[in-house]
Design a protein around this ligand. Structure first.
Ligand SMILES: [Zn+2]
Length: 176
């Protein structure tokens, strides 16, 4: 599959309809349940260096999650792999070693980076939908550590992920 530029608008639409179909109207988003509803089996194990993986086999698709990592990280991993599953049809077996939430530059032209940027953008949108953040007045937490911590707890994501998300929506950071 060739994706030259991250398809941000399409991904937002995909996430919004997924949330709608799943009947999720507020945080924390039940990401494992959403993956299971998409027909995926979520399995947990000690994957060593690997955070998560997606394996499509005949008749079954599995998301593997590294159970040794913090719960908020596991949730992000499930969302990231679900993103690969829904967005990247041609991707067969895929393992994510150390994808970082805010890692690559969106101007990157390397195809594999574009897929990772898309999967991360999908995950951030799924776990922290803009509409939910609006309702929670997340903008007022931009420079408020406690506000970020409270939102992170409410959305069941890391503080790092929440502060990036808020910065990207309301600040001057570039989108993923
Ligand atoms: Zn990935």
């Amino acid at each position: 599959m060739i994706v030259r530029r991250p398809r941000f608008a399409m991904i937002k639409r995909t996430v919004n309809s997924l949330l709608m179909e799943s009947g999720v109207f507020g945080p924390a988003v039940p990401v494992e349940k959403i993956a299971e509803e998409a027909g995926i089996e979520v399995r947990y194990g000690d994957l060593g260096e690997i955070s998560g993986l997606l394996a499509r086999k005949p008749g079954i698709t599995i998301i593997g999650v590294n159970v040794e990592q913090p719960n908020v990280r596991q949730r992000f991993t499930i969302a990231h792999e679900l993103g690969h599953y829904l967005l990247h049809e041609g991707l067969g077996e895929h393992a994510d070693r150390d994808y970082r939430i805010n890692f690559r530059d969106s101007s990157s032209s390397e195809a594999s980076n574009v897929l990772e940027i898309e999967a991360n953008f999908f995950a951030a949108n799924l776990l922290m939908p803009e509409e939910f953040l609006e309702r929670d007045d997340a903008e007022s937490a931009i420079e408020d550590d406690q506000g970020v911590a409270d939102l992170a707890a409410k959305y069941d994501v890391s503080r790092h992920a929440m502060s990036l998300r808020i910065g990207k929506i309301y600040g001057h950071l570039r989108p993923f």
